[in-house]
Write a protein that binds this ligand. Structure first.
Ligand code: KG4
Ligand code: ZN
Length: 344
């Protein structure tokens, strides 16, 4: 009988300290996430220095918990997977140093994982039938990309944001209308009470680049709208602003994704990243896929936002391909997808 492959995965690129044990690439035995959100809320956003300090305090407990919940010991693990970029450098370093220490002490293989490869791979956990090729829309706090997944670990970026990421726009608009941090889930919730047709905010198209995004215009339009209401002494309706803003962003994300699916003849679309947790994006993307006879995939909410299970899945496929990193692995805050250091 074929031996099971167990990956211990570590994720610390932003404000979640996370560890997971993943069996044979698609079965999550444990998924521990220690969120720092309550702490960063006080400052209205992630404070990098605080994030690193919290990671260093928590990481050993989180890993210990992940091993215990999976009913495994370090001895049973086949390889250590860790996010080494992109992300906050001080935050990434904690996970990378920890993974290297474990790999060194146990003499197990070390596999550095691109954070976005992790987000994409989150789709494999619950969709056992999903295999490349497919089109993915990645929408997180730091990224907005349309990516063709050609094979496991093989990607072609066909579209990206020229300025703000979708999640960043959600967070900034939420702050402007006084909803606080993190903005995405709050806008999602309050939008349900608002009228998405109340205000027409702009959708940006970039000439000659049909799959690229730009969200700084819609964000500025919201800020201008709020300022002009204040100057005229008019009260604002937060729910209407949130719903109209959300509609502008989602409309743009879906129309460009559908256009890309047609152009590249993709019959499967997956979404990934924190903004993929947005209820309206999920509903409307599903509808658009149904209308176009496209199969739609989305991870459940816990696997959309940052977690280590998705890193374990990505590490498993890299493991099968023979990717191994040395003990000189470093954190790369601006690591590009497809340009990872592949040490075989
Ligand atoms: O993927 P993620 O956890 O971290 C990064 O890699 O950036 O994404 C975090 C982003 C934040 O901007 C957050 O506001 C957004 O995802 N987000 C949402 C929702 N849940 C999280 N945005 C819209 N609707 C949501 N329900
Ligand atoms: Zn992320």
């Amino acid at each position: 009988m074929k031996k099971d492959i167990l990956i211990l995965a570590i994720e610390s690129s932003c404000d979640e300290t996370a560890a997971a044990v993943v069996k044979n690439g698609r079965e999550v035995l444990s998924n521990i996430i220690s969120s720092q959100i309550e702490l960063h809320k006080l400052y209205g956003g992630v404070v990098p220095e605080i994030a690193s300090r919290k990671h260093i305090e928590n990481i050993n407990y989180v890993i210990d918990d992940a091993l215990k919940k999976a009913n495994t010991r370090l001895d049973d693990i086949d390889a250590i997977g860790v996010t080494y970029g992109p992300g906050l450098v001080g935050a990434l370093l904690v996970g990378v140093a920890e993974a290297k220490a474990i790999a060194y002490a146990t003499k197990k293989p070390l596999i550095g994982v691109h954070h976005i490869e992790g987000h994409i791979s989150a789709n494999y956990i619950e969709n056992k039938d999903l295999e490349p090729q497919f089109l993915t829309l990645i929408v997180s706090g730091g990224h907005t990309n349309l990516v063709l997944v050609k094979d496991y670990g093989e990607y072609e970026i066909i579209g990206q944001t020229r300025d703000d990421a979708a999640g960043e726009a959600f967070d900034k608009v939420a702050r402007a209308i006084g909803l606080g941090y993190p903005g995405g889930p709050k806008i999602d919730k309050i939008s349900r009470k608002g009228n998405k047709e109340a205000i027409r905010f702009p959708r940006a198209n970039i000439e000659g680049h049909p799959f690229d995004f730009s969200f700084s215009g819609v964000k500025s339009a919201v800020l201008n709208y709020i300022n002009s209401c204040e100057m005229k002494g008019q009260s604002i309706c937060e729910a209407d602003i949130a719903a109209s803003f959300q509609d502008a962003v989602i409309d743009d994300l879906i129309s460009k994704t559908m256009l890309a699916a047609k152009k590249y003849n993709m019959k499967k679309i997956a979404i990934a990243g924190g903004v993929a947790a947005n209820s309206m994006l999920r509903e409307e993307m599903l509808e658009a896929c149904k209308r176009n006879s496209i199969e739609f995939y989305a991870p459940s909410l816990i696997y959309c936002t940052d977690n280590a299970a998705m890193i374990g899945v990505a590490a498993y496929y890299e493991f099968l391909k023979g990717t191994r990193h040395g003990l000189d692995l470093n954190a790369i805050p601006n690591l590009k997808l497809g340009e990872e250091i592949k040490v075989m």
